[in-house]
Design a protein around this ligand. Structure first.
Ligand SMILES: [Zn+2]
Length: 319
């Protein structure tokens, strides 16, 4: 990692589950290299369409430009995931395209579909399927006379010699206030019901680790962790609540909080009793941190298209 100066390491938020203080300190000092038999997971959520970010007092947003600079400097071998709501709540196809392309370019392994990913309509989401690392293992999208299972299989990755199965689940409750027309095009299986056979199949495969990206209420994610055996880690997005690693019936659960401002880094390993141990830290990104030139180029292209569109609109209105 050569990006340690780019975002702040929050020593005060450094936590470990089931690790004594000395081991925690060692993990912090050696945080850049996952030990043998360990899996490192970098996780984010809730970018909310902030390609640029904002140095706003009381509501700071680092933006993808700052996060990307840090991620590009990361030199370890890690699973890189996001728990969803990467797009703005308002429809903006150009911004959506820039953000989706940037996530693919940054090497995200999986991004859970969140409700905000539907801000440009279900048709747009269907057109992104397979082109970007978006995932939802309990979603069937029905458009006109055709229904498509969005992510039929869990993702399997190998990171640092460890095999990991990744599932993404979209909680139907997050669409409670969305228009009926959109809700009609989404068939969402109850997350725990969808997860149970998929997790069993992953365990039988076998994989070393099972990671679930859960887009929905924290309480429902906790319920899933308690009900479905065999999950090592649940990364939660949607409510933008900061949850430091905690164990729910032996499953680790985390949530990186508001506005995509943090990159969480977890190193997982199993003890002799096959229980998960972890070392954890956050990189708190800020708007004034170094910004990635490729994301800034995307931002400039997006803004120039906006200016062009505005010019055309004014010309058409005779202004
Ligand atoms: Zn959401």
């Amino acid at each position: 990692m050569n990006g340690s100066a780019r975002c702040s390491l929050r020593a005060d938020s450094l936590r470990a589950v089931s690790l004594p203080a000395a081991a925690l300190l060692a993990a912090a000092l050696l945080c850049l290299a996952a030990p043998a038999g360990a899996l490192t997971v970098l996780y984010t959520a809730s970018l909310n369409g902030n390609l640029d970010g904002c140095d706003c007092r009381g509501h700071p947003r680092a933006g993808l430009a700052a996060r990307a600079a840090w991620l590009r400097g990361y030199q370890g071998e890690a699973l890189l995931v996001d728990a969803g709501d990467i797009l703005d709540v308002a429809p903006d196809p150009e911004l959506a395209r820039e953000i989706l392309e940037a996530y693919a370019e940054l090497g995200y392994d999986a991004v859970a579909l969140g409700d905000q990913e539907f801000s440009n309509g279900a048709q747009a989401v269907a057109s992104w399927r397979g082109r970007f690392p978006l995932s939802a293992n309990n979603l069937t999208l029905c458009l006109e006379d055709r229904c498509v299972f969005f992510s039929p299989e869990p993702l399997i990755k190998n990171r640092g010699g460890e095999t990991v199965g990744v599932l993404a689940l979209l909680d139907p409750r997050v669409f409670a206030l969305y228009p009926e027309e959109l809700r009609r095009s989404l068939k969402l299986e109850e997350p725990a019901q969808a997860a149970a056979p998929l997790v069993s199949a992953l365990r039988a495969r076998p994989v070393d680790w099972v990671v679930v990206l859960y887009h929905g209420p924290l309480e429902e994610a906790e319920r899933l962790a308690a009900r479905v055996p065999g999950i090592d880690l649940v990364v939660v997005g949607h409510e933008q609540r900061l949850v430091l690693p905690r164990l729910v019936e032996g499953t680790l659960l985390v949530s990186p909080g508001e506005e995509g401002n943090r990159v969480g880094m977890l190193t997982l390993r199993k003890n002799a009793l096959d229980r998960t141990r972890s070392a954890h830290q956050f990189w708190q990104c800020r708007f004034d941190h170094p910004r990635d030139p490729l994301i800034l180029a995307r931002l400039e292209r997006y803004r120039s298209k906006l200016r062009e569109a505005l010019k055309e609109e004014n010309a058409a209105a005779g202004r």
